[in-house]
Write a protein that binds this ligand. Structure first.
Ligand code: GLU
Length: 431
């Protein structure tokens, strides 16, 4: 029997309002998991707030000659299991509570993936779609200079996240290496291959989301060659998740990005959609491979699998009852609110949580970092093999925990992570 989507008896009060604050959503799950594992108060108090929070002011000369000042964040949630690790996002929505939640999720994610890192996250409040390449470069360099004492190969290691990629990571390596006076590729991951990047890093998150889907499907006895999926988001994570799911035989009936959503019951050709996006300034606007629908409609389609791979808070108490998928695999961080978790669970929907499902990215970041330290680089097959194995192992560890305690996969993943982090904190001791 599948207990990961365990049905609860309690009647749900859907009128209850909920906060869309990702930090509160994270804390709610953290508290629930802490209670079940009987986490002691001291460790709970250590983990409930980030170790360090940096807010930096970044003056940047814009192309029009005027100076604009941007706000940048770096939150180090924990370094108990190793240097802190986590991406940097560029978005107008970046704010302190969002970055705090994302940083904590990195701590839990690295513990679930069993890689020796703590968690951090960074962000800059900006609209990269309205900035030139030169402006983005100056902004990225200003951010690196401002956080030069925070970043470090054995301290805090950034990576790509929403709207950042190998190009931004190359600027960070360059600026940081200049400040240090030596080439320091291990200070950041997700770099271009020619600058010490790893084979397989670009596709790592989406590939891992697919491995998590395959593992969940096995448990649920869901035949993927007869399954359908809707994928929200067509950036690095969404498009590659869709590509790998299609290779498993899943019919991808809907895709979307911030310019629209498209539905084709016969299946969307993902290779064609990727090619279209690549030739169309990175967006799907104008895509002809399906009928245009709304984002809300995409989320509530009659499909076997839903993969939210965009932003936070996409499934909340407002629409959770309309979700028809049997399995949700979270490619994005925080796409489901804590309030929605309860409703999905009541409806018997299995959710593979973000801190498990999208851990493939940071896992290959770890391989990149170790390769930088060794100065020896693996072939892509080796990276894929190790990353897939690691994802399957993580999935099965969390699955076992969920079966043993009869909790959702989300709470099981938090429990698994908390136990690991708490053990590290206790054995290091304190004064
Ligand atoms: N930004 C990605 C995440 O949220 C990758 C982080 C990393 O590779 O450090 O998991």
């Amino acid at each position: 029997m599948i207990t990961a989507g365990i049905k609860k008896k309690k009647a749900l009060d859907l009128s209850q309002t909920e906060s869309n604050n990702p930090y509160e959503s994270m804390m709610q799950r953290f508290q629930e998991a802490a209670k079940i594992i009987g986490l002691d108060e001291e460790t709970y108090n250590i983990l409930k707030s980030p170790d360090r929070q940096y807010l930096v002011s970044l003056p940047v000369k814009m192309d029009n000659g005027k100076m604009q000042v941007f706000e940048g964040y770096r939150i180090v949630h924990s370094t108990s299991r190793g240097p802190s690790k986590g991406g940097i996002r560029y978005s107008m929505d970046v704010n302190l509570d969002e970055v705090k939640a994302l940083a904590a999720w990195m701590t839990w994610k690295c513990a679930v993936a069993d890689i020796p890192y703590g968690g951090a996250k960074g962000g800059i409040t900006c609209d990269p779609s309205k900035m030139s390449e030169g402006e983005l470069e100056r902004l990225t360099r200003a951010y690196t200079v401002a956080l030069r004492d925070v970043f470090g190969v054995d301290k805090d290691i950034p990576a790509p996240d929403v709207a950042t990629g190998p190009r931004e990571m190359a600027w960070i390596v360059d600026e940081y290496s200049k400040l240090k006076g030596e080439f320091t590729p291990g200070v950041v991951t997700g770099k271009p291959l020619h600058l010490g990047g790893s084979e397989g890093r670009v596709e790592a998150t989406g590939r891992g989301v697919n491995v998590a889907t395959v593992e969940a499907a096995k448990k649920m006895k869901l035949n993927l060659s007869k399954a359908t999926a809707a994928v929200q988001g067509f950036g690095n994570v969404g498009s590659i998740t869709a590509k790998y799911m299609e290779l498993e035989g899943v019919r991808i009936v809907a895709i979307s990005d911030h310019t629209g959503a498209w539905h084709n019951p016969k299946g969307i050709d993902i290779q064609k959609a990727i090619a279209f996006r690549n030739e169309n300034n990175g967006v799907l606007k104008g895509f002809k491979g399906g009928k245009e629908i709304t984002n809300e409609e995409l989320l509530t389609l009659e499909v076997s699998i839903l993969a939210p791979c965009a932003l936070e808070n996409q499934i909340s108490r407002k629409n959770a009852n309309d979700i028809k998928a049997k399995l949700i695999v979270e490619g994005a961080n925080g796409p489901i609110t804590a309030g929605a978790d309860e409703i999905l669970q009541e409806n018997g929907i299995i959710v593979v949580p973000d801190i498990l499902a999208n851990g493939g990215g940071v896992t290959v970041s770890y391989f990149e970092w170790t390769q930088n330290r060794f100065g020896y680089y693996y072939a892509v097959d080796e990276i894929h093999k190790r990353a897939d194995r690691s994802m399957s192992r993580a999935f099965n560890n969390v699955w076992k925990m969920s079966q043993k305690y009869k909790v959702s996969l989300r709470i099981a993943a938090y429990m698994f992570a908390l136990e690991k982090v708490a053990t590290a904190i206790k054995s290091r001791g304190s004064y």
